[in-house]
Design a protein around this ligand. Sequence first.
Ligand code: SF4
Length: 238
Amino acid sequence: MCSMKKYISPHSIALYNKCPRMFYYYIHEYKSLPPPEYYKPPLEFGTLIHKIIAKYYELIPDTLVPTEILIHLKKAFNELWNVKYEPFRERVEKQLMNFVKFEKQRLSWHFNAKPVAVEKEFVKGRVHGIVDALFRKGDDLVVVDWKTGYVTAAYNDDINVQLNVYMWLTGAKEAYVVYLEYGYWEKIEKINIEEIIKMILSDNTYAPLRGPQCDTCPYQFICMTKDPFNYSVYGEEI
Ligand code: SF4
């Protein structure tokens, strides 16, 4: 017997894009194999970077000049630093300096200094997502998401879906992903995420899509052994 997730997340939508059946297993909380190495987030490290950035946004004033960025970031760093993080110090400092680089760019794009929301959950119908930062730029909203891990081509597609879901949830016109490990950022290409969400909600077969994605699928064992062609057992509503 499996339980079912209450909300559809950007992660589960990205799974649907790869294979509807994979989405079905995930949303119904089937037991999965451990994720491949590149999906494993360096949890403590990533959480720390996100916390320092959130604290920095709490500390900055409503108007900010580029020379003040480092002062506030150092304060945030000092408030949250703990000796247990020492093994990460070099990497944390490198990523924070890349964050400073993005902040300078962001100010030059005339985003408001203070974000509208930081690490905030947005919900629309059955879909939810936690947005790293939401900024105002003139009359528009812009989503920004920090990535602290290493990036692979497969992961890029997931990021595109994730940020499009965030734009749809918040009503933002633009979204940027900032790769803090590498010190560069990209504007997200818009896709029709609403259509994808509608398709997911009206799907009642979750047909398996065999392909290269099967090689890294965390449900391959169950999928290959549980009569994958008997669609009737998958006909229940999500
Ligand atoms: S093994 Fe392949 S077909 Fe089955 S759920 Fe995974 S990706 Fe889909």
